[in-house]
Design a protein around this ligand. Structure first.
Ligand SMILES: Nc1ncnc2c1ncn2[C@@H]1O[C@H](COP(=O)(O)OP(=O)(O)OP(=O)(O)O)[C@@H](O)[C@H]1O
Ligand SMILES: CC(=O)N[C@H]1[C@@H]2OC[C@@H](O2)[C@@H](O)[C@@H]1O[C@H](C)C(=O)O
Length: 368
């Protein structure tokens, strides 16, 4: 179905912080990054965000989930139709609930709908088969991080740290040759990242996030509270492991007695400390940590990470990448891998029993 060699894939991601949809074009053969293309962002309107938020934690069958799926499909169709052309679309959708050891994982949005609207083949539902095969279903960006490490010609193991609503990291050793699933990677979710900070400043100040970490910078960290938080069982589990956005439901209650600035500082420190704890699991010390996702724009968080980690902490821009679009590019890359029958996860990235390729491919009816 897909032509041979390198193709232009359009990847899109609607992340756990519910801010909007990122979409980016990537030229790739599913193994290497050949060229970066146009990228665009479409924020959700307040109404759209509210519809999605209503469905968080719910599973298919609830009317809230159907309503959220419609919002997700409409927003993606509007954004993706602004792009000139592509060979294939990688559509992540919006995670509403993630419980790999229980109910499974669910990303709202139907790839078949997008294939019809956009008249392009769409790869979607990337996580289900990994969970069915015993994996965590997340994180899935690691195979793309491997390609990024090769692209930047990293001189040793590097860590890609994504600070979105939830944090996740990939340790990758670019010295390995493909097949990369045989040891070049270790990946897992680190802990809560921006989601609790956003929730706090929204509750207390009606703001969407702590811009530039300004509020946290004025506060004092309650170190006992941070240490106590890190006693949660999740931080003692060996990776691979993954989180749902709401896996720490009491995190805001824990800071309820603190004033706004101290609470923001303490939640920011919880994010940094959980990353530091995660680094203890790595096979070897990386030469640096490259930070992607919105958290890299929070100088207070970046400063805390620099203090806690023994290696340089830099935004991915320092290595030539676009930290707002890395995840969208990852799903472009993964879409091509799915179409080519290449694996998208392996035991060291999701804990799946063997390297497997997830995802469904839906072609528009006229092309079938
Ligand atoms: N200037 C800034 N100062 C502080 N925080 C910021 C800034 N810009 C973005 N952020 C934070 O980054 C968040 C968005 O990050 P991002 O877009 O990486 O999340 P996401 O992709 O939805 O999440 P995930 O990777 O978990 O799916 C915002 O909600 C906010 O908390
Ligand atoms: C289930 C799910 O959607 N997980 C997301 C979420 O957001 C960050 C972290 O938790 C990561 O595990 C994952 O996203 C990235 C893109 C991934 O799969 O690599």
């Amino acid at each position: 179905m897909l032509k041979e060699g390198a193709v232009w894939a359009l990847g899109c991601m609607s992340g756990t912080s519910l801010d909007g949809v990122d979409a980016a074009l990537l030229k790739t053969d599913g193994r290497r990054i050949l060229e970066f293309g146009e990228a665009r962002y479409r924020p959700y309107t307040e109404e759209e965000r509210a519809v999605i938020a209503q469905a968080l934690g719910l599973w298919p069958g609830f009317p809230e989930v159907e309503a959220a799926a419609e919002v997700v499909e409409t927003a993606h169709a509007a954004l993706l139709s602004e792009f000139e052309d592509c060979d294939l679309i990688g559509f992540h959708g919006q995670t509403l609930a993630h419980d790999p050891r229980g109910y499974g994982t669910h990303q709202a949005g139907d790839g078949r709908v997008l294939a019809e609207v956009l008249q392009r083949p769409v790869v979607w539902d990337f996580r289900t088969s990994d969970v069915e095969m015993g994996g965590e279903g997340a994180p899935l960006a690691p195979f793309y991080h491997f390609a990024c490490a090769k692209f930047m010609e990293a001189e040793g193991p590097v860590v890609f740290l994504n600070l979105g609503g939830v944090g996740n990291l990939t340790w990758v050793d670019p010295a390995f040759e493909a097949p990369e699933e045989e040891g070049a990677l270790l990946a897992f979710d680190t802990g809560p990242a921006n989601a609790p900070i956003n929730d706090l400043v929204f509750q207390r100040r009606g703001l969407p996030f702590d811009e530039d970490g300004a509020l946290a910078a004025q506060g004092e960290v309650d170190e006992d509270l941070v240490a106590d938080f890190l006693e949660a069982a999740y931080f003692y589990r060996m990776p691979p492991k993954s989180l749902d956005r709401n896996d720490f439901p009491d995190v805001l209650e824990r800071v309820a007695h603190l004033d706004d600035a101290d609470a923001a500082a303490t939640l920011t420190a919880i994010c940094a400390a959980s990353v530091a704890r995660a680094m203890e699991h790595l096979p070897s010390q990386p030469i640096g940590v490259l930070v992607t996702g919105g958290g890299r724009k929070n100088p207070t968080l970046m400063a805390m990470l620099s203090v806690l980690l023994d290696v340089p902490v830099r935004p991915v821009e320092d290595a030539g990448f676009d930290g707002d679009m890395l995840e969208a590019q990852a799903f472009a890359f993964l879409a091509v891998r799915v179409a080519r029958g290449l694996p998208t996860s392996c035991p060291n990235t999701t804990g799946v029993s063997m390297a497997i390729g997830g995802g469904q491919i839906s072609a528009p009816e006229a092309a079938r």
